[in-house]
Design a protein around this ligand. Structure first.
Ligand code: TTP
Ligand code: MG
Ligand code: MG
Length: 441
């Protein structure tokens, strides 16, 4: 724990839903649910207007529909989320070299290296207010909530206290009184299982936890966990902000507008991605032992599988073979919207060279299979479209051979709604001009 509130945690508000409201003016101020829209779909997030009805992340879409039937239910547009995320992370890295992203929409920043005149509460508060304004600028209107505190733990708790669009500074010395009334699940690492064990021992709040001795805690939840809990209950947290250093893995992924269902096509795409991963490994003189694949199903469930080799590889053929093998264990019959291949457990070439040989495995050239461009897109609600005469808009709904489009963009006023036959040649899926389909991880 530091003497100053110099750790900052920033998290965008209702991230995916906020991007949708930004880009779809008719949805601003309205309940919006983003996620899998099919019968087995899961909610990724909901706008704050929809949360009033009890809609939450990870809830089934079915339940969300029953709680808030008048919400707009939209499928995700990952290119837009990635674009916003990149803009925010680039901004954060411009204010401090110590930025640790935790996910697409959140990061820790260490203000000790942000070049501030001092780290007193008024100074860091003003800095955070300005940063929130700049986040809105670079994202064209998204809001972020920010927390400041003497540790990562406190900063993260603080950013959640006044969501959305909030700023909370926990002055040094007031951490314990902030935490004491809170439920034990506020502590990182206390999931449902630990919380249940603590509950059975009569421990509900952080105050209750503080009263429990170290031995007793270790007995309740195990040694490693017990020691951590003992310290965190006292707001003792010295974890450093760890900026992304050299890549610990190399990966390539692609998102697809149409749900992929053809196994041969998926294998072809994985093979091509394996080739790109291998090429990047070789370019940097790296090789890795663990090959993994990532698959996002049409209902937003994301699966990953990995397999570890005895020795590191940078061979296209090996990576592709393992990746295709990993796919065979997954049920993808409902359709796939994202596929990715990665290699981790990286080692330097040089080490292998010390053993005097490099295995020059013969490589089959990667089979290149293009995603089906002729196949008509399925018109998923929320997706971007373009009409030859009406211009850009988004799919409001589709079914029974008809697709309904609302014609509006982030820069336009709320626009008109029109319906077309599903196979209307004037209507096509719209993609951003610079394709960000394939992204290094
Ligand atoms: P969060 O930051 O957890 O949530 P949020 O930004 O939607 O809302 P807030 O921070 O205001 O509470 O997650 C960021 C994004 O990650 C979210 O917009 C959608 C995605 N996500 C999922 O896809 N599934 C999930 O279960 C969660 C929690 C988030
Ligand atoms: Mg968020
Ligand atoms: Mg987040």
């Amino acid at each position: 724990m530091r003497a100053h509130a110099s750790l900052l945690h920033l998290d965008l508000d209702a991230f995916f839903a906020a991007v949708e409201q930004r880009d779809k003016p008719s949805l601003r101020g309205k309940p919006v649910v983003v996620g899998g829209v099919g019968s087995r779909g899961v909610v990724a997030t909901a706008s704050y207007e929809a949360r009033k009805y009890g809609v939450r992340s990870a809830m089934s879409t079915r339940e969300a529909r029953s709680r808030c039937p008048h919400a707009a239910f939209l499928t995700g547009r990952f290119h837009a989320y990635r674009e916003a995320s990149t803009a925010v992370m680039t901004l954060l890295r411009s204010v401090s070299p110590l930025v640790e992203p935790l996910s697409l929409d959140e990061a820790f920043i260490d203000l000790e290296q942000a070049g501030l005149p001092d780290l007193e509460v008024p100074t860091v508060t003003a800095f955070a207010e300005e940063l929130r304004g700049r986040v809105s600028e670079v994202t064209r209107g998204l809001t972020a909530s920010v927390g400041l505190g003497t540790s990562k733990f406190i900063a993260k708790v603080a950013s959640d206290l006044d969501k959305p669009d909030g700023l909370v500074v926990v002055p040094p010395g007031t951490e314990a009184e902030l935490l004491r009334p809170m439920h034990v699940t506020v502590i990182p690492g206390v999931g449902p299982a630990t919380a249940e064990r603590l509950r059975r021992a009569g421990i509900h709040t952080v105050l209750d936890l503080e009263a429990v001795g170290l031995d007793e805690l270790v007995r309740l939840v195990g040694k490693a966990h017990g020691t951590g809990l003992f310290h965190l209950a006292r707001a003792e947290d010295d974890r450093a902000v760890v900026p992304e250093r050299e890549a610990k893995s190399v990966s390539v992924e692609g998102t697809y507008d149409t749900d992929l269902t053809d196994r041969r096509l998926m294998e072809g795409l994985l093979t091509r991605q394996a080739g790109e991963v291998a090429e990047r490994l070789r370019k940097h003189g790296l090789s890795g032992r663990t090959v993994s694949i990532k698959v996002r199903l049409h209902d937003f469930t994301t699966l990953s599988r990995s397999s570890t080799l005895h020795s590191p590889t940078d061979s296209t053929a090996t990576i592709a073979r393992l990746a295709r093998g990993l796919l065979t264990d997954l049920d993808t019959s409902g359709g796939v919207r994202l596929l990715g291949v990665g290699v981790s457990g990286l080692a330097d070439w040089i080490q292998e060279d010390l053993f005097g040989e490099t295995t020059d495995e013969a490589e089959e050239p990667p089979e290149v299979v293009e995603p089906p461009s002729i196949r008509r897109s399925t018109w998923a609600p929320g997706m971007d479209v373009e009409h030859a005469e009406m211009g850009r808009g988004w799919v409001w709904g589709a079914g029974r051979g008809v697709v309904t489009v609302r014609f509006e963009t982030a820069e336009s006023p709320a626009g008109p709604v029109r319906s077309y036959p599903e196979d209307d040649p004037q209507l096509s899926a719209w993609r951003p001009p610079v394709t960000e389909d394939e992204q290094a991880g």
